[in-house]
Design a binder for this molecule. Structure first.
Ligand SMILES: [Zn+2]
Ligand SMILES: [Zn+2]
Length: 445
């Protein structure tokens, strides 16, 4: 125990360097080149061989104990998020580290450094994969769509992209520690998955006063669409935690012209893939039916985002034990609640047992203008110690505890190919309503 503490504390300066550098250089997803270079430099200084993602930021390294056993995946995120009102936002890009990913990268480096200290790996078996991962936050969807078009990425979030590249194929169990403005340590339990939707109603413009009968009003079709979504809300089942929250982002140009183009954006959230697919189909049917009622066309672009997160309860309890060993007065909770935000840790949880624990050390409001890492000793140093203690509890005694969790885990998909096919089936784009001969109308939801 004391050995772990001093092994981490010895590298405090390195961690603070990363923490402060990323704080001062916030970068958006898939553009975290500065943070990536510093992390690579620091890992290589420690003597690690890295597998770099190369055309996007991010890398991993594998530490082999030399004894057979499972592989534990430990991650740290690189990206900042768009928060122009943040007190330390980049004035040009509006990016800020308002989710504490700078502390994640700092603590990942702390873990890497401490694992090189004598005795820290003693008694462990299996492998530890340390991974610096880009693009957790959603944002700049057009930029990511372009990266996809250019063949640079296949998936629009970092962990899902790493899954699709096969980087996690050899991993058996995974975790990532997030920093919160709280005074306790915790694991939530679950979080919903998400489909991002853009629906464009296309009507016919006409003079709104002189000849509205010659137009097709895309705004009325869209407002009907919003009403239709409200009408189907009672068909969503509580157990599925469906959330649909549309807004109109483009609502017409001039008051004396019948609007011919109106755009709705929405997320559809849900707790499992089947429920998400079902709810998304219902929403699309509501939107398309409303287009038909006004004789309008509609184009819908659905982009599947993070998958539902399901955290492993035994693993969560192990994390609770780990923090109590380091800090007996620490408060730890496994809330077993459903978080209605989303994270791409959910994608990893489709394939292996995971936890996404929270550690104190921040202040302000998450994603808010005042968020900051106010206690780096907790957010970085204690985080690294906790992570090493979790690794130890998993991999000591022939990895008996890791193996129990892994053996009892029932993956939602048997491999990444099956998983990505299910995930990608939630994405589609194109026109949905087709007006044929003899009044025949075809709808493709
Ligand atoms: Zn975050
Ligand atoms: Zn966040």
């Amino acid at each position: 125990m004391e050995r772990i503490k001093s092994a981490v504390d010895k590298h405090r300066e390195k961690m603070i360097k990363v923490l402060d550098f990323m704080w001062d250089n916030p970068e958006s997803g898939f553009r975290e080149w500065k943070a990536n270079s510093l992390m690579i430099e620091e890992f290589e200084k420690l003597g690690y061989d890295l597998v770099k993602a190369e055309n996007i930021p991010g890398f991993y390294t594998v530490i082999d104990t030399g004894k057979p056993g499972p592989t534990v995946l430990v991650m740290g995120e690189l990206d900042a998020l768009s928060c122009p009102s943040h007190f330390h936002a980049n004035p040009e890009t509006g990016m800020a580290h308002a989710c504490g990913h700078n502390a994640q990268s700092a603590s990942l480096l702390g873990v890497a450094a401490a694992l090189k200290e004598p005795g820290i790996l003693d008694g462990l078996c299996g492998k530890i994969k340390l991974c610096s991962v880009p693009a957790e936050e959603t944002g700049e969807l057009e930029f990511r769509a372009q990266l996809k078009k250019d063949g640079i990425i296949k998936e629009i979030s970092g962990k899902r992209e790493f899954i699709s590249r096969g980087y996690f194929d050899d991993c058996d169990i995974a975790f990532l520690v997030h920093t919160l403005p709280v005074d306790y340590y915790s694991v939530d339990g679950k979080a919903v998955g998400v489909v991002a939707k853009k629906a464009t109603y296309k009507g016919v413009a006409s003079h709104a006063g002189a000849n509205p009968h010659k137009g097709k009003n895309a705004l009325y079709a869209a407002t009907q669409g919003l009403a239709a979504i409200n009408s189907i809300r009672e068909t969503f089942q509580e157990k599925d935690y469906i959330r649909v929250h549309p807004i109109i982002t483009e609502g017409g140009g001039a008051v004396n012209t019948i609007p011919d183009r109106v755009t709705i954006e929405s997320y559809v959230r849900g707790l499992n893939h089947d429920a998400l697919k079902d709810a998304n189909d219902r929403v699309n049917r509501a939107l398309c039916g409303s287009a038909v009622s006004l004789g309008c066309e509609i184009e819908i672009e659905d982009m599947a985002g993070s998958s539902p997160l399901i955290e492993n309860e035994d693993f969560a309890n192990l994390a609770g034990e780990a923090i109590k060993m380091l800090k007996p007065d620490a408060k730890f909770y496994f809330f077993n609640k459903i978080d209605t935000g989303s994270t791409d840790m959910g994608d990893v949880s489709c394939l292996m047992p995971v936890i996404h624990p929270y550690i104190p050390g921040a202040s302000g409001r998450g994603h808010g203008k005042d968020y900051e890492i106010s206690d780096p000793d907790t957010a970085c140093c204690m985080s690294a110690k906790w992570q090493i203690m979790i690794i130890r509890l998993l991999l000591e005694n022939e990895a008996v505890r890791a193996m129990k969790i892994i053996d009892e885990f029932e993956p939602r998909f048997s491999n990444r190919v099956e998983y990505l096919a299910a995930h990608d089936s939630l994405s589609s784009s194109g026109d949905r309503v087709f007006y044929g001969e003899n009044g025949k109308i075809t709808i493709d939801i």
